[in-house]
Design a protein around this ligand. Sequence first.
Ligand SMILES: [Zn+2]
Ligand SMILES: [Zn+2]
Length: 474
Amino acid sequence: MVWTHTCSRLRQNPCCSHGEKDYSPIALKKTQHVVSELLALAMLFASSGARAQLASGSMDVRWDEGASKCVTNSQSPLQVHSYNDRTFILRENLCVTFEAPFLYLLIGSEKALLIDTGDVGDPSKIPLANTVMRLLPGEGSAKMHLLVVHTHRHSDHRAGDEQFAHFPNVQVVGFDTDSVRRFYHFTDSPNGFAQIDLGDRTVDVIPTPGHNETEVSFYDRYAGLFFSGDFLMPGRLLIDNTSADLASAQSVAAFIRDRPVSFVLGGHIEMDANGNLFPWESQFHPNEHVLQMKKDDLLALPAAIRSFNGFYSKSGNFIMMNSMRLLIAEAALVLATIVALLWILIRYIRRHKRPSLPPSHYEDILARQVAMNRQTWAALQKHGVTTESALRLDFSYNAASREAAENLCALLRGQTDYEVNVETSGSFLRRKWGVEGRTKETAVSPEVLDQWVKWMVTAGKERSCDFDGWGTSV
Ligand SMILES: [Zn+2]
Ligand SMILES: [Zn+2]
């Protein structure tokens, strides 16, 4: 289609060298072939031209691995790698901060750009500002102007801002949402791009919310470097807002699809060379994964995020998690464990809290109940009850525990025809159990009542329950 169109334009264009007289099908075919080859060559030229324009650099660096015992660690607090003479990668030492973030210094002809200031404000721990100043061209008042920006507002990417406060040649861009939008003129954030002009070096700024709403990524046209902060890195991709993160990944994929990318450089490394995560807050990274990722990783990111389940997912090289939801789930789990342990403890205390009973405990109950039988029988007689009367006796027990109450119920159900139930009273911490029941209608006498009470007290004793008395309706 393209070639036919091109040739018809050639035919109409008198200045075109292919617009000769011979328009026969064979000649047309030849023309199509030549044009197609020319265009293919031109495209090849254009793309290799774009690559040739990229400033080359080296990622041949071994990052300090921290230490299992940081007290004896003698590595530099701030490692500096020169990617090329106008691009520096700085990393805060794992022993100073487990975050060990990467910071990037890009030098243009008029201005320099520092992406992120790391996790440490105290210059005696990490002399960030002084190190950066030494890398900047110019001396004294002629020192090159420095613009300090952030991938996002998390403190491990901007705690070093304060070190730049007293340098007259430095402008630090705010890290809050309003400052970011205002500085880049993002009126329709997260849509739209911005550019930072460093002289002969332009850096594109792309909003990439998802990990954090202030997150932006940077594309350095000079070296073809893509700085992805915590949006993409060899580590935990913490996604707070999945739909925003997916939109960002799609936007970035569309942005870089036709642009050359030398390396994708993120904010941290949190995994080893085999793709296994180091423990959270680990200050020792033996056999660490390389920092650099590829353009293909950026292009594959949208599909990975689409597969994210909202809590924790692994897709290819990507390990995605929602830290807030995981935190809530963990907190709920911890709470449930505490409640379960508390419950077990309370049950244990209840089961064992019964003070050891005196040997005469059940004899005392029996004596008390027999004595009460006399009084109760006398009272019943006043209400006209005789040994011929049919009565249903209501009775109750106090139980040492729910198990004791249930065991007694089972015993009574097995050996009598009484109606019996476990009764619970009191609040959660002061819970009490008992057994209440009722006999069938029966005629009683003081002798029968004494025998019955004796049997009931003994049954209670077998199941750690105290017979608490009886009554009847007349
Ligand atoms: Zn972050
Ligand atoms: Zn971070």
